[in-house]
Ligand binder design. Structure first.
Ligand code: SAH
Length: 284
């Protein structure tokens, strides 16, 4: 399979992919924390932002003040830009089976299923998300094409080599073992298939640099606590992993500038009356 990797870089934490995995108990606690986090917050996110739980994609120098619907369009653009970057275009009839790894409430799966007429299976750690994703598929008459289940991306309940497109939209940052994560993505990809990973990464370290700066590490530690994230890695760590698995046509890009305008919008909506009420209701 070939692979495209789009990353969003933030000042960052030291996370080496070569060094695998925290102790089993902390991995288990992380898994439960992620499931609970999404069980509790997905409804509130959906109320404000709709189907997609990922960044919007913007032109880097766009200074236009966007409406909420403009930001939702930017989220769709993120999907389109990812497909385009990976060379998966509309004429691409080869995409018949897709796995959506870390599917949220299934926004990407439903979009891709509709676009390509493909069959999509989504997996998430959150039972609330899986149920909501299936309900939305039924409501949109897509349940013959897409389905969702609770499963771990690190131990996917699928046979080897069955998906033409392996899609991971902003879920990789939750994975405590990046090597295992990538290995599973590759395992389930069909021969000639494509893997798209859009994920949060820290900056690449400079030559001779052993770790991030302490201030960067501190900032990342705070982000990790808020969003149930384990240690981060860099884009080049991912590329090393993909190369070690003999993938072809590995491409990567840093989309930090393209996603930056999304955060002020998220913060603004959280400060509206509706946002505050939803936050209180969700117990945050
Ligand atoms: N891709 C979706 C959701 C992104 S939010 C979208 O773009 O809308 C991150 C998702 O990753 C959540 O659904 C969360 O449950 C899932 N996730 C995190 N760790 C996971 C794991 N180990 N196995 C499966 N899903 C995981």
């Amino acid at each position: 399979p070939s692979s495209a990797l789009m990353t969003t870089t933030t000042a960052a934490s030291r996370g080496s992919v070569a060094v695998t995995a925290a102790a089993t108990s902390s991995v288990e606690a992380l898994r439960e924390g992620i499931a609970e986090f999404y069980n509790e917050t997905s409804g509130l996110w959906e109320e404000i932002w709709g189907d997609h739980m990922h960044h919007g994609f913007y032109d880097p120098d766009s200074s236009v003040q966007l409406s909420d619907s403009g930001h939702r369009e930017a989220q769709i653009r993120m999907i389109e830009e990812s497909l385009r970057f990976a060379g998966v275009t509309e004429e691409e009839k080869k995409i018949k089976r897709v796995v959506d790894v870390g599917c949220g409430i299934g926004g990407s799966s439903r979009y891709i299923a509709s676009k390509f007429g493909a069959e999509c299976i989504g997996i998430t750690l959150s039972p609330v998300q899986a149920k909501r994703a299936n309900d939305l598929a039924t409501a949109q008459s897509l349940s013959h094409k897409v389905s969702f289940q609770v499963a771990d991306a690190l131990e996917q309940p699928f046979e080897d080599g069955i998906f033409d497109l392996v899609w991971s939209m902003e879920s990789g940052e939750h994975m405590p073992d990046k090597a295992k994560f990538v290995k599973e993505l590759v395992r389930v990809a069909a021969p000639g298939g494509r893997i798209i990973i859009v994920t949060w990464c820290h900056r690449n370290l400079s030559q001779g640099e052993e770790a991030l700066q302490p201030w960067e590490q501190n900032l990342l530690d705070r982000i990790c606590k808020t969003f149930y994230l384990p240690a981060w890695c860099s884009t080049s760590d991912y590329v090393d992993l993909l190369q070690s698995l003999s993938l072809q046509d590995i491409k990567c890009a840093d989309w930090s500038e393209n996603v930056a305008p999304f955060w002020p919008a998220v913060i603004r909506t959280a400060l509206t009356w509706k946002g505050l009420v939803s936050l209180l209701r969700s117990g945050m």
